[in-house]
Design a protein around this ligand. Structure first.
Ligand SMILES: Cc1ncc(COP(=O)(O)O)c(C=O)c1O
Length: 383
């Protein structure tokens, strides 16, 4: 094809469009920080934590340096370590299991439901049994709200309660979603999220936050994020991290939080249109009962036998980018393949790693562009 005839590429995530919408407000917020010079623990950090608590309904919000630190800090606060097992889905971003392994505990990988991509509670029960058989003590479960759809928190809570596990919700992709009318951030002992720029609520660098109703946990987390400091600044009472969210990122997030509700609605409109346009040619994501997702990713499954690379190339030729989350589940990756998996294996995770592909989704994808994506998918499948 002649270079000049190539269709204009569709952005996978359009951060520039959001920046245009917010106009000067982010520049002004950043300028305020540049002028007051409180780059660490400035007033914007406290204001953001309060705004996030109001938004989510959680009693405490402890902002931190990344979604990975958010997970790790909760595990550290609960003194999870060698001999402990933490149940995680395998079909997730590596940070879920990585945070567990960094504490010296053992991640035990469990399977997901292949229609919602989220933790399968039957496999969770098998994983707990596997952990015990290996002489490990199951102490926690980390459900992931994958691609922006909430995990089945009621079902997971029931298993966790019966087994005496605490629940740490990995909502790096799910913050902004609701489950049975409640916002993510209020399930389990604590919720961890990420403000990585590509996340539905992202900053301009790395950032994260922890949500909890537990007063003691919140206090411990605030100590851990500053090297485990106690009431005397130079008497560190536990091991900790340089785990703070910097003031500049908090200032940016405060501006973005102001339009987040509206962006969530826009993302939902894109997903609904995709489902209408594509539901009869590919497997579109299934909405579990009571879930209202945030659509961090719009992930489809291709018909059996489709050449996924060929499909991606056909879309690319039409200017439609795709991404594959995740070509390998965690238990298939070099660093994690020696950790246990739930009895019976993880067939859904393995199948999904071969079959899924994600389409562009963001709050600024107009209807004409959505139609281009839909047409490109249909054409690539000969529909
Ligand atoms: C499911 C999940 N957990 C944890 C993380 C880690 O977040 P961060 O990149 O902010 O450390 C991510 C980020 O991509 C994620 O998708």
């Amino acid at each position: 094809m002649n270079q000049h005839m190539r269709p204009e590429p569709v952005p996978f995530i359009d951060l520039a469009a959001q920046r245009r919408r917010l106009g000067k407000s982010i520049d002004e917020a950043v300028s305020r920080v540049l002028n007051h010079c409180q780059f660490i623990n400035g007033p914007e950090v406290t204001a953001l934590e309060k705004a996030l608590a109001d938004f989510s309904g959680a009693k405490h919000v402890v902002s931190c340096a990344s979604g990975t630190d958010a997970l790790l800090m909760v595990l550290m606060a609960r003194q999870v370590g060698p001999g402990d097992a933490v149940l995680c889905p395998s079909f997730t971003f590596c940070a879920t299991g990585e945070a567990v392994a960094l504490t010296g505990a053992t991640p035990v990988f469990v399977d997901v439901d292949e229609t919602t991509f989220n933790m399968d509670t039957a496999s969770l029960k098998r994983g707990i049994a596997t952990a015990k058989q290996r002489g490990l003590k199951p102490v926690a479960v980390i459900p992931v709200d994958l691609f922006g759809q909430s995990a089945d928190h009621d079902a997971i809570a029931e298993v966790a309660e019966a087994e005496g596990l605490f629940v740490l919700d990995d909502a790096a992709q799910g913050f902004g979603a609701t489950y049975k009318g409640r916002r993510i951030g209020t399930f389990g002992l604590a919720t961890a999220t990420s403000f990585f720029p590509a996340k539905p609520l992202g900053c301009f660098g790395d950032g994260g936050a922890i949500f909890t109703d537990d007063d003691e946990l919140a206090e411990t987390l605030r100590s851990i994020r500053v090297h485990g400091q106690g009431s005397d600044k130079y008497d560190n009472v536990r091991l900790g991290l340089t785990g703070r969210l910097d003031t500049m990122q908090a200032a940016i997030l405060l501006e973005k939080l102001g339009i987040f509700e509206d962006e969530i609605a826009a993302r939902n409109r894109v997903a609904e249109r995709y489902a209408r346009g594509l539901g009869n040619v590919v497997t579109v994501p299934r909405l579990a009962a009571g879930c209202s997702p945030i659509w961090a990713c719009y992930t489809i499954q291709l018909p059996k036998g489709t050449d996924r690379d060929g499909f991606a190339a056909a879309l690319k030729a039409q200017g439609v980018p795709t991404a594959i989350y995740y070509t390998k589940s965690m238990h298939q990756q070099t660093a994690y393949r020696d950790f246990p998996v739930a009895e019976g294996g993880l067939p859904a995770s393995e199948r999904l790693s071969n079959d899924v592909i994600s389409l562009p989704v963001h709050a600024y994808l107009d209807e004409a562009t959505q139609d281009r994506v839909i047409a490109a998918v249909r054409a690539a499948l000969g529909a």
